[in-house]
Ligand binder design. Structure first.
Ligand SMILES: [Zn+2]
Length: 392
């Protein structure tokens, strides 16, 4: 079953339901955005954070990536809510130059203390090899690191409030209503962020990872979280969330750099990574039958900026355009290109069928893509991962 309004179908890995008219839960919950009194929600947020202000200490932990939504979250936390955040960042290691530059920019424009977790590279490579082979996912360490480092930091530094951006389960598939005020949980992280795998080697006693990951990716225990009263809130429960409008705001206000890639029309989201929009997207498609492009298009349909028909054309244009940078990935992981292809084939349930576009369809795509606000990097050079550094 496919939604009559957006492009999702019933096989969505986050889980999706349909009403009797064939509209999906993601589209239905999105409608709440137009009926909620968001200024009231913001007042609730202000009251909530007032309880966490600490004299001469951090008021909250804010996890960031080098993507545009991190700028938006910090803009609210610092400029509107007037909080003093401890910013934390898990280094994904698949950084391109834009990633390093945008992170450097974030540190400069907001003037914040930032702690960067640089996990043991050899272990990250071992985990990546393992999660790629076993789950067809090269991104496990990043999903795990991003979702846990903030919680570990909150516990370690005794800062009980964590402020996240959007809850993906709400934004994509309408897993909860905005009125439910859902907060961070160990359970959601395991079931959805990590597709049910809390520790990458939990079902394999012979894995070489057993002795070596040192709790880097493990959630603090419940007693500690309870005693320290640690909670994590999501800003999309308090602010009318519109990823693209927010990205355009940070491009204009903070000079966030954009990048047009061959793998999607969206020049703001996840463009800081050599793997996410390429190999990760390819694996998502062959496993689930859709890619990040579909997520981005559903969002555009729901915000009324695209019709379903136009979105289908754009979706078609990007099918199979995910092969860039695989050489760098294979070299980094120490595997042959043929091995990567073989691993992909083990996880393939959906065939990639590239389709050609007619003149009229190309026109529709060009017209839509020209509405994005560009602020590209102005440089050329050899491609390669940048682990850390300013990059400017
Ligand atoms: Zn829908």
């Amino acid at each position: 079953m496919e939604c009559k309004r957006c492009l999702y179908n019933e096989d969505h890995p986050l889980g999706i339901t349909f009403n009797s008219e064939g509209i999906c839960s993601g589209c239905l919950i999105h409608e709440e955005k137009d009926s909620i009194d968001w200024s009231k929600k913001y007042e609730i947020l202000e009251e909530l954070v007032n309880n966490y202000r600490q004299p001469e200490y951090y008021d909250c932990v804010v996890p960031v990536t080098s993507s545009s939504d991190s700028f938006f979250v910090l803009h609210h936390v610092i400029n509107n809510l007037k909080l003093k955040p401890l910013v934390v960042h898990y280094n994904k290691y698949f950084n391109n130059k834009l990633s390093i530059r945008n992170l450097a920019r974030l540190r400069e424009v907001f003037g914040v203390d930032i702690i960067i977790k640089n996990s043991n590279l050899k272990i990250v490579q071992d985990i990546t090899r393992y999660s790629l082979e076993r789950y067809g996912n090269p991104y496990w360490h990043i999903l795990a690191g991003n979702t846990v480092f903030a919680v570990q930091s909150a516990a370690k530094f005794n800062i009980p409030l964590i402020i996240w951006g959007a809850h993906q389960g709400i934004e994509q598939v309408g897993m909860f209503s905005y009125d439910q005020g859902v907060e961070m949980t160990r359970r959601y992280r395991k079931d959805h962020d990590l597709f049910g795998k809390e520790v990458v080697n939990e079902d394999d006693p012979f894995s070489i990872l057993n002795e070596s990951i040192f709790g880097n990716y493990e959630y603090p225990n419940d007693n500690e979280l309870y005693e320290k009263k640690i909670r994590g809130i999501y800003l999309n429960n308090f602010i009318r969330w519109d990823y693209r409008k927010q990205a355009e705001f940070v491009v204009e206000k903070y000079g966030f750099e954009t990048l047009k890639t061959s793998s999607t029309f969206d020049i703001y989201e996840n463009v800081d990574c050599y793997v996410y929009l390429n190999l990760h997207n390819k694996l998502k498609y062959i496993k689930h039958g859709y890619s990040k492009v579909t997520d981005q298009l559903c969002r555009e349909i729901r915000h009324g900026r695209l019709s379903r028909e136009e979105a289908s054309i754009i979706e078609k244009a990007y099918i199979g355009k995910w092969n860039e940078y695989e050489d760098i990935f294979c070299e980094w992981l120490g595997i042959k290109k043929e091995s990567l292809e073989y691993i992909c084939s083990l996880h393939a349930k959906h065939e990639i069928k590239e389709e050609s576009l007619n003149k009229n369809e190309k026109k529709i795509i060009d017209k839509f893509e020209s509405t994005y606000i560009q602020n590209p990097i102005k440089e050329t050079g050899k491609e390669g991962y940048i682990y850390f550094g300013k990059g400017i």
